[in-house]
Structure formats: C-alpha cells, structure tokens
Design a protein around this ligand. Structure first.
Ligand code: AMP
Ligand code: GLY
Length: 436
C-alpha cells in the first residue's frame, strides 16, 4: 500500500526520498512534487489545497497513508477533509494547526499553560500598538498574527523600525488579513535551535535537535529567508537540554492542546531560543521544518512511515526513534535576488557530479523542467545535504558538492556549521580523552 506526500519543496523531496528508501517495492506518490521528487516518487499534478482532487487520487491509487509537508494545507483542514472521507493523513487537524497559523493563539496558549516564551502583547488596532512601542523603548520583534510564508516577522532595533513594521502590517496590509492583528514581543538573545516532537495527541517523543540558518548573509546578517542551510544534531542541545525542552515545552504543549479540545497529532516543531534564563519558544510550527526534514531524514534509521504509523495508532509512548551516528549538514543554493525578488529560468548544471560524492544528497526545492532542461524556478533552488562522521566532515563534503553545481547567480552562505566547530571539537576531544 502506497504513501502520498503533499508538497513540492526540498522538505517533501526528503520525505519522499525517505519513504522510497524504506520500502523499495512500493513507489511513493507526491502531489504536486517537482523534477527532483520525480526521481523517487510518482508525481500527481494536484494542488495541495485541492482536497477533492487529492482525496480522489488517494482513493483511486489505494493510498494507505498521506504525509503533509507544508503548513497551508494543514491550516486549511486537509487532515479533517481526509478523515471525513475515511482517509488516513499524518499531521494536525485544522484546529490543532492553529498553533502555527495564529501567533495570537500560540501566545495565549503559552501564557495559560506556562510554556516559556518571549513576553508579548497582542494588538488589533494600530494606535494602541504604536503607543506601546513608544513607551517600551527597547528592541522588539513585530509579528503578523497569520501565516505569511515565514516573512511576517520584523526584528526592530528601534521604536521607529517597530512602528514602521506595525504600520505596514496593520494599516498597509502588507500581508493581507494575516497582519490585521499583530504580536509585539521582547527580542530574545541566545542560540536558536529547532526541536521536533512526534505526537499522537497524548504522548510526545523528541527527535534530534537541529540548527537552521535563517539570515541571508554570513555571520547571521541580512534579511530573514526561508533558510540558507543548517545541520543536525545540534551540539548546543545536549541530552540534558533536550530533556528539559521535552519537559518544559513539548509535553506541556501537547497536554495544553488536548485540554483545549484540539489534540495534536503529527510533528510539533518548536523554534527555540536558548537564553541565559533557559529555553524560550519563538514559534511553534505544525509540521517538519524545511530544511530540518532534509537533515533528519538521512539520519532516521527507524523510518518515517514507522513514525507516522506510531502517531496515528496512538502508541508514541512505545516508539523510540533509532538514528544513524554522525551528522548531516545542508547548504541551500539560492537564486540571485533571493529572498525579495528571486530570478528564475537559469539552467542548472552539475547535480549528477555533486550526487556522485559519497554521502551527498541533492534535494530539489525550486526547480522546473523547461524544454528538456532543468532550470531555476524558485528562491531556494537546491538543498545540498552531506552526511559525515563529524560535523566538519559533513560540512566539507556539503561545500565540495555545492561547488560542483552551477547556475547563473548561485547564492550560498559560506559559514554553515562554522560556529559549532569549536564546541564540537572540544566535546569530541574530551570524549576521546575520557575513553583513553
Ligand atoms: P518566527 O517565524 O516567529 O520563528 O520568527 C522568524 C525568526 O525571527 C526566528 O527564527 C528568529 O530568528 C527570529 N525571532 C522571532 N522571534 C524572536 C524573538 N522574540 N527574539 C529574537 N528573535 C526572534
Ligand atoms: N526551518 C524553519 C521552518 O521550516 O519554518
């Protein structure tokens, strides 16, 4: 019985790749997919938001399990629509996906259930929001309430910047209705990490922590993007910290959602800042991260399907993931002009050479076929992921592979994984010394 993946980016390529690896007898389906996904799955030309068409395909092709990649179909109720037709889909219902699709809901949940997060105020009118910003007089973060494709967050060093963001979102409707209400919160300092929990609505099991690089330029400068790369597991989250995050964030969030009558089944993604005072939630997402899925799938030895089945069957308390040893590191190749105005249409060369390097996978994020040639069709074009015994190994391989791929205007960050080198080497040396 087949599995269907919903979506068309690098994350969905990694999910479909994992399913194809796990079961070499059944080809997965993907809707709508992309040219890279087409090498591991049968692509179906359906929009992720056309639930009637998707359900029709699921019935016709006897699909036993559907795995939803992006947030938009979750927030629009794909899992509910499938359930109403007796179809099994892995991911939260529309009500449970509100943990991502409404920042105001998320903030209220954290406040009521004492889940640690940045202190925040929410506003539905411009005037009180501006008054608050003027008297706060410190760096603030302004967030549109609704989904804005990762772009609805403005880090404001000054009151003027915060005020401009509020005006653009609320009065200028920069993100449409998503910005009709805003959250204004304290700017937290620390290391940012992504931690995922697999949940069946009652129990939750943590996955490996990952580090995602959102800023465009080396040294974490420039605008926020959909992501320039990352690595896993993140040494900044050791076992003790992962235990703390599970106890203080993941478990309370799953309990809170059940109390609210929105039991959460699926992958709960906590974007966290490790501050001096402890972990603080920056955001919850209702899905796997992108590129965190590209980092975790090659490491997950116990299988994606097994994880989804455990969540759907309510037995996450008896599910323990097995992981391959080592690290994965992702360098995202982006189009010129990303994130504001990515240029499209340039031909891409060198993917085969990159993939031929041992331990290297190339996931397609924004590619298309034009006149028989692979071309750039989105801001994030390819995720080059390398596995290595150490983070440095993985980084060297990923950058060697990334150098083999060419398209006009190729844009990458050069420092993915560099900030961890010292921490990692020290930990590694200490372990070796202890064992000697
Ligand atoms: P979000 O979509 O809420 O995760 O925000 C996007 C990015 O903005 C996060 O990944 C952080 O890098 C940054 N960010 C969000 N909220 C805060 C905050 N309160 N303090 C510092 N950085 C933040
Ligand atoms: N990597 C961040 C996200 O998927 O939202």
């Amino acid at each position: 019985m087949s599995v269907l993946v919903i979506g068309s980016g690098g994350r969905e390529h990694a999910l479909a790749w994992a399913l194809a690896q796990e079961d070499r007898t059944t080809t997965p389906f993907c809707a709508p997919g992309n040219p890279g996904i087409a090498s591991v799955a049968t692509c179906l030309p359906c929009s992720p938001l056309d639930f009637d068409a998707l359900a029709g395909e699921a019935v016709r092709r006897e699909i036993a399990l559907t795995i939803v990649g992006p947030e938009a179909p979750l927030a629009a109720g794909l899992v509910d629509a499938f359930a109403a037709r007796g179809l099994r889909a892995f991911g939260p219902t529309r009500g449970a996906a509100a943990i991502e699709s409404s920042k105001i809901f998320m903030k209220s949940l954290c406040r009521r259930y004492e889940i640690p997060t940045a202190q925040a105020r929410t506003f539905s009118n411009v005037v009180p929001a501006l008054a608050y910003i003027r008297q706060a007089d410190r760096p603030l973060v302004v967030k549109a309430d609704g989904l804005a494709a990762g772009k609805g967050v403005v880090m404001a060093r000054s009151a003027d910047e915060a005020a401009a963001a509020v005006e653009a979102m609320m009065a200028g409707r920069r993100f449409g209705d998503a910005g009709a209400r805003v959250v204004v919160e304290e700017w937290l300092e620390g290391r940012e990490v992504s931690v995922f929990g697999l949940s069946d609505g009652t129990h939750v099991a943590p996955l490996l922590p990952a580090r995602d690089y959102k800023r465009l330029l080396d040294g974490d400068r420039g605008p926020n993007t959909g992501s320039m790369g990352g690595y896993a597991p993140a040494p900044a989250v050791d076992d003790a910290m992962l235990g703390r995050i599970t106890d203080e964030v993941l478990e309370p969030a799953i309990w809170a959602m059940a109390q609210e009558g929105r039991p959460y089944r699926g992958v709960l993604f906590a974007g966290l800042m490790l501050t001096a005072a402890g972990p603080r939630v920056l955001e919850f997402n209702a899905r796997f991260g992108d590129p965190e899925a590209q980092l975790l799938m090659p490491l997950l030895a116990s299988g994606l399907r097994d994880a989804a089945e455990a969540a759907l069957a309510g037995r996450v308390d008896r599910w323990t993931p097995r992981w391959h040893p080592g690290y994965t590191l992702c360098v995202t190749l982006c189009a010129a002009g990303y994130p504001e105005r990515p240029r499209r249409g340039m031909p891409i060369d060198g993917i085969e050479a990159a993939q031929a390097l041992p331990g290297v996978l190339v996931f397609h994020a924004g590619t298309a076929m034009r006149d028989g040639r692979l071309v750039v069709s989105g801001g994030r074009v390819l995720n080059v992921v390398a596995m290595g015994q150490t983070l440095e190994d993985a980084r060297d391989r990923a950058y060697r592979a990334a150098a083999l791929i060419n398209f006009e205007g190729k844009t990458i960050r050069r420092d993915i994984g560099s900030d961890e080198t010292v921490t990692h080497d020290v930990a590694h040396d200490v372990r070796e010394v202890t064992q000697a």
